[in-house]
Design a protein around this ligand. Structure first.
Ligand code: GLY
Length: 391
């Protein structure tokens, strides 16, 4: 049964922040757009801390991704203003900057390496002594050995971002189908929409798979076209800073402790988000005693005063990991099927640029230059690549 006689121009499978921004931007361009998701506005954004950490999360070998991350970071202020205007809701964007610190000689060496890489990439990051770090953030542990001040790495509140995108989509005329899309529908080699749980079939000229870590699990696609995304678990804590303790931290503070990332993201409303574990455990989203212990232990080494704060919430989510840690954006080898998934550690950061890139390719048929390195067809899994290999 078809829910509508007239096919949608665009059907977005998945209503997390990536699906919603794709739908919002598509609808703004005049495309008749629908989203299929049992709980739109949910997903990994409900757990994420919301760091916009293009510079402090730079890794060797990811210079191409850096270009996309910076392009999205630059868009954040205007994107926020436009979204807040369109939705009438605050998104919690805070241009507060980040301080990455070192607790011992190994951490310091690691941070010096990161600084050298940042300088080679022309990024703005300033080396500070331990004393200078503590002058900026007096709650830091006395043992902090040095740090990097990065004034361009900001934050937003992913829960508010998701809520605002949902409202903006509704106001822009996006249709919501509150069911899981179980199966991609095909006619010959062309994707023609999706079948929802319960049997409703939605027809669309173009279907966008934006289901985060679940994007590789949808039925109906040839295995070679399924996106190579996997779940990467992150556990996160939410503490509250009582008014009497404010300002507890004035910017995001982070470190690599015993090889794991720990970060403390202070919101203007008094929430302090502490994240995050990185666990390859399949679909498990259990909050574990070990995960909470690890986060509190490492965060306490950085900022001893956190043990005084009320612990408001613990949660775990799944990042959509990809083989090269970069997103998959745009057309697949199958006509009618696009991907917007695999954003791994950068989903919140990449939300503005993803919306713009996807709306452009859905409207014009052409993937913008800056997104071409992130085509899903870069992985040797598409049918055309298989054919090339067997030829
Ligand atoms: N970008 C932070 C995280 O994925 O934990």
């Amino acid at each position: 049964m078809h829910a509508t006689d007239r096919p949608y121009d665009v059907l977005v499978v998945g209503g997390g922040i990536i699906g919603l921004v794709t739908a919002w931007r598509s609808a703004q361009r005049g495309l008749r757009t629908a989203v299929a998701d049992p709980a739109p506005g949910g997903g990994a954004a409900q757990v994420a801390a919301g760091m916009l950490a293009a510079v402090t999360e730079l890794h060797y070998g990811e210079e191409t991704l850096l270009g996309l991350n910076l392009a999205s970071a630059r868009r954040y202020p205007d994107f926020t203003a436009e979204l807040e205007e369109a939705s009438g809701q605050d998104t919690g964007f805070r241009a507060c900057g980040t301080l990455a610190v070192a607790l011992d000689a190994d951490d310091r060496a690691h941070l010096r390496e990161l600084h050298a890489l940042q300088q080679r990439c022309g990024l703005d990051a300033q080396w500070l002594s331990g004393r200078e770090c503590r002058r900026l953030e007096p709650m830091l542990a006395p043992g902090v050995r040095g740090g990097l001040r990065v004034d361009g790495d900001h934050q937003t509140d992913p829960r508010r971002l998701a809520a605002a995108l949902l409202t903006a989509c509704r106001r822009a005329g996006v249709a919501f189908h509150p069911s899981r899309a179980d199966r991609v529908e095909m006619s010959g080699d062309t994707v023609t929409g999706a079948e929802l749980a319960g049997g409703t079939r939605l027809a669309a000229g173009q279907t966008v798979l934006a289901a985060g870590s679940h994007s590789g699990r949808i039925a109906g696609l040839p295995p070679a076209v399924l996106p190579p995304v996997r779940p990467v678990k992150g556990q996160v804590l939410r503490l509250r800073v009582p008014a009497a303790y404010a300002p507890f931290l004035s910017r995001t503070v982070r470190a690599v402790v015993r090889g794991g990332h720990v970060y403390l993201v202070p919101r203007e409303n008094g929430e302090l988000v502490v994240g995050a574990t990185t666990e390859e455990l399949g679909w498990d989203t259990t909050v574990t005693a070990g995960g909470v212990y690890e986060l509190l232990r490492d965060a306490h080494e950085l900022v001893p005063g956190i043990t005084e704060l009320p612990l408001a919430e613990t949660s775990a989510g799944l990042r959509p990991g990809s083989p090269d840690n970069a997103p998959l954006l745009g057309p697949t080898a199958l006509p009618g099927l696009h991907l917007a998934t695999g954003h791994h550690r950068n989903g919140v950061l990449l939300t503005p640029v993803t919306g713009d890139v996807m709306a452009e390719v859905l409207t014009s048929g052409s993937l913008p230059e800056q997104a071409r390195p992130f085509s899903p067809q870069r992985f040797p899994t598409s049918p055309s690549s298989d054919q090339e290999q067997s030829a």
